[in-house]
Design a protein around this ligand. Structure first.
Ligand SMILES: NC(=O)c1ccc[n+]([C@@H]2O[C@H](COP(=O)([O-])OP(=O)(O)OC[C@H]3O[C@@H](n4cnc5c(N)ncnc54)[C@H](O)[C@@H]3O)[C@@H](O)[C@H]2O)c1
Length: 368
């Protein structure tokens, strides 16, 4: 039985773990496996990242270069652009980007590219896990048929699961090892073996009945955040209109020990997750004739925040008989959140554009 064979390799820590995509998600993950003694191979298309990693340099805030060097010294870790080595892996974990197209539909091209490489080098006895955030159904509708095209059968020849990554870059309290890992396989054997694998690197694993539940779980979590941030942003506008201090209100509400969770207003949302992931869910819901209104509303409110901030700046300058044109404005912090170096989708960039378009001389400072 294929599940017993893979489980045995995992138990003995001889299962070779391949991670495709060595970014914010993939690098911390492969380092955890390598530090636990598993033979590991990281697959990347960016040759600079591969060279840096193989030279002991981390490009990710949450992974120290010391730990990368420790993995290299252990001689059970390397990064490569050579995908034929996928054939050596007993476990393959996909951590590639899942952006949106200009139309805000899911851009599946990275998952498809990774799937094509796996298909090319697939062999009997592999456990394949998707970690990239995506719509429910991707693992069994997209990946499973690709691997089966290579002449392999689920459960007999290979196992397949989805396990969402929940890493919070820059968060010193919660990192890969102490964030519960949700795991859902395409079938019981896949769930069981994937859960067993992760139990070697994380403290708690929560197995669910299918890959679709695990995919939906990740989108539920991030949609929850997008909507609550949207509500906080709207409440900030309401408080501002009423002349009430928003922050004092939130701080007071947060003293309630139940039934309230504090979310804070801001200049908008950024990063690779919160602005994007809810669209994966609403896109899939639309395919099934369902229009998700909360997601659309939160998107509208959150994406309007840079303009709102611009208007606040304009009004404050006006109060002081100054115009935006010619004003020298310093922006403190351009990453999408504190203590990270990630500017993807950062609302600060939209604010800078809006101010510059009206003639402001904008400078910025960010310590990362
Ligand atoms: N960044 C986060 O905080 C976070 C948290 C949870 C989940 N996720 C999800 O995890 C996934 C990866 O996100 P990320 O932030 O790590 O992205 P990233 O851009 O930091 O890393 C992805 C890496 O994959 C590489 N890549 C692209 N195509 C490839 C291919 N065909 N083969 C090999 N490598 C390839 C890229 O060069 C890049 O280094 C996304 O689906 C994202 O939504 C991200």
């Amino acid at each position: 039985m294929i599940n017993a064979v893979i489980k045995n390799l995992i138990q003995e820590k001889t299962a070779c773990v391949g991670v495709i995509g060595l970014g914010y998600v993939g690098l911390p993950l492969i380092v955890e496996f390598a530090l636990k003694g598993f033979p590991t191979i990281g697959f990347e298309v960016d040759t600079k990242k591969v060279d840096d990693i193989n030279a002991g340099q981390s490009h990710i805030v949450d992974v120290s270069s010391e730990n990368v060097q420790k993995c290299l010294d252990g001689e059970n870790f390397k990064a490569t652009v050579e995908f034929s080595e996928l054939g050596r892996c007993d476990v393959i974990i996909i951590c590639v980007p899942t952006p949106l197209r200009k139309t805000k539909d899911p851009d599946m091209s990275y998952i498809l590219a990774a799937g094509e490489q796996i298909q090319k080098y697939a062999r009997r006895g592999q456990l394949i896990i998707l970690e990239s955030t995506t719509y429910p159904g991707t693992t069994d509708e997209v990946l499973q048929p690709m691997i089966e095209e290579a002449g392999l059968k689920l459960d007999e020849d290979f196992l397949l699961a989805f396990s969402p990554e929940r890493v919070d870059p820059g968060n010193p309290q919660f990192q890969t090892h102490n964030i519960t890992k949700v795991v859902g396989g395409v079938g019981k054997d896949s769930t069981e073996v994937a859960a067993f694998l992760y139990s070697h690197i994380v403290e708690n694993v929560h197995a669910v009945s299918s890959a679709r539940v695990a995919e939906a779980c990740k989108l539920w979590e991030n949609t929850f955040r997008a909507i609550n941030i949207g509500m906080a942003n709207e409440m900030a506008k309401v408080c501002n209109a009423l002349g009430i201090d928003t922050w004092e209100v939130v701080r007071a509400a947060a003293t309630k020990p139940f039934g309230f969770m504090a979310f804070y207003p801001g200049p908008g949302i950024g990063g690779h997750c919160i602005p994007l992931d809810p669209h994966y869910l609403s896109w899939k819901a639309r395919q099934h004739g369902f229009d998700s209104q909360f997601i659309s509303l939160a998107e509208k409110i959150n994406s309007g925040m840079p303009k709102y901030v611009f208007e606040l700046v304009r009004d404050a300058l006006n109060e002081n008989e100054k115009s935006i044109k010619g004003a020298m404005i310093l922006i403190l912090g351009v990453a999408y959140k504190k203590d990270i170096d990630d500017m993807r989708e950062s609302p600060a960039l939209s604010i800078i554009d809006l101010l510059r378009a009206k003639g402001a001389d904008v400078r910025y400072h960010d310590h990362c």
